[in-house]
Design a protein around this ligand. Structure first.
Ligand code: BMA
Length: 387
């Protein structure tokens, strides 16, 4: 029989012969109470199951799009299928650095703030990525692969001042997300995502490990100490490339700069004929498990999905079995874009089901599993409170 005792500063597992004690504080020693509690509760919860997340969930879906939040109030493809919202909401900051009114996928930042605040008040969790354009070459996107871009934004580099201005705007926005008592809403912040890939300007072939670590540490210091943001949990995120601890850690900025260790991996091909997605995920998540155990970091599959979900049992037949053997605290599937409502022309580009979609019945079974947490579950768990 195992009993969990949680105190504010210690997390003590007493059971059988094993006895483990570990510090349970986020990397930012000045993190707000809600941020600290979220960190502690996600660590704890990952021994029981994982949050289900969806990118841009409240802004649009297949066949609908809010031009303003009141167009389809409360609508969500996930909720339309299973009756509950995702526990985790992903959004993107791209555009905020350039004073754009809307993000990279057309959602006004003022609407994102409203969705974030509503979800937080219901008990949901928020994460932000940042498909930031290249600061090196005006007019170039996140997908520019000019070598040495990070060198140019480090202190002393020609684009450093510009980059600091971008960070000021990011800080302003992330600091403007407020709960009902005026408290800052905790954010799982995932900059430089998929940094072991080679398709963004912060990619593996474009930059040295030293530069990646240096910019992470600079941004961490700037946003926390200089801008005073203490509502961030820092999410280190690779692509699916690392198969060993050494590969995963090659660009890791250090335990004092990260709270979540995570990977992104997508299903490609037909899972009934090709099990590489599951095998790779198993290898990747085993790396996260051993690192999470030794460094007390939250583990996550920060992005995944099977575009168009053509396999009717993908949720309980492929995804869930691949996750069940591991200790992730959350999984997030990418956005439900529809070419008819502003999505990219390639069709389909959705990763969660909608009513009538072939995998919808299986998604309901996934929702009903004991170890998958949706918003109704995390609302009861009160992730922003001390337990
Ligand atoms: C990608 C695609 C793009 C989108 C970008 C940022 O994976 O979904 O269409 O613009 O993410 O959200």
């Amino acid at each position: 029989m195992t009993k969990l005792i949680i105190t504010t500063s210690l997390f003590i597992l007493i059971g059988g012969a094993a006895q483990t004690t570990f510090a349970q504080l986020p990397s930012d020693k000045d993190a707000t109470a809600q941020t600290r509690h979220l960190y502690q509760n996600l660590l704890h919860l990952s021994t029981k199951g994982y949050l289900f997340g969806h990118q841009d969930d409240l802004a649009y879906g297949v066949g609908w799009r809010n031009r303003k939040p009141s167009d389809f109030p409360g609508r969500s493809d996930v909720k339309s299928v299973c009756g509950d919202y995702p526990a985790l909401y992903g959004w993107d900051l791209s555009g905020i650095e350039s004073d754009h009114e809307k993000d990279i996928d057309g959602i006004p930042f003022n609407d994102i703030r409203q969705y974030v605040e509503e979800a937080y008040q219901r008990g949901g969790v928020i994460t932000f990525s940042w498909h930031e354009p290249s600061p090196m070459l005006p007019g170039k996107t996140a997908w520019d692969t000019t070598h040495g871009t990070i060198t140019s934004i480090l202190p002393g580099g020609p684009n450093h001042d510009l980059y600091v201005q971008w960070l000021d705007k990011v800080a302003q926005f992330l600091g403007s997300l407020k709960g009902p008592a005026g408290e800052a809403i905790p954010v799982l912040f995932r900059p430089y995502h998929e940094l072991t890939g080679s398709w963004f300007w912060w990619g593996v072939r474009e930059n040295s490990p030293e530069d990646v670590k240096a910019i992470w540490q600079f941004v961490y210091h700037y946003l926390t100490s200089v801008k005073g943001l203490h509502n961030l949990l820092w999410v280190y995120n690779t692509g699916g490339e690392p198969h060993t601890m050494a590969q995963f850690l090659e660009r890791y900025p250090g335990d004092q700069y990260a709270d979540v260790i995570s990977m992104d991996t997508y299903q490609n091909g037909d899972p009934t004929k090709d099990n590489r997605f599951q095998l790779n995920l198993d290898t990747n998540l085993s790396v996260l498990d051993s690192l999470g155990r030794s460094s007390h970091k939250i583990e996550a599959l920060a992005e995944t999905g099977y575009v168009g979900i053509p396999y009717v049992q993908w949720w309980t037949g492929v995804l869930a079995p691949a996750l069940n053997a591991h200790h992730i605290a959350y999984v997030l599937v990418w956005r439900n874009a529809d070419p008819l409502t502003g999505g990219p022309p390639q069709h389909p580009h959705y990763f969660a089901p909608y009513p009538g979609q072939v995998s919808a019945p299986d998604f309901v079974r996934f929702y009903q599993m004991d170890n998958t947490f949706f918003e109704g579950d995390v609302a009861k768990l009160k992730l922003y409170d001390a337990h």
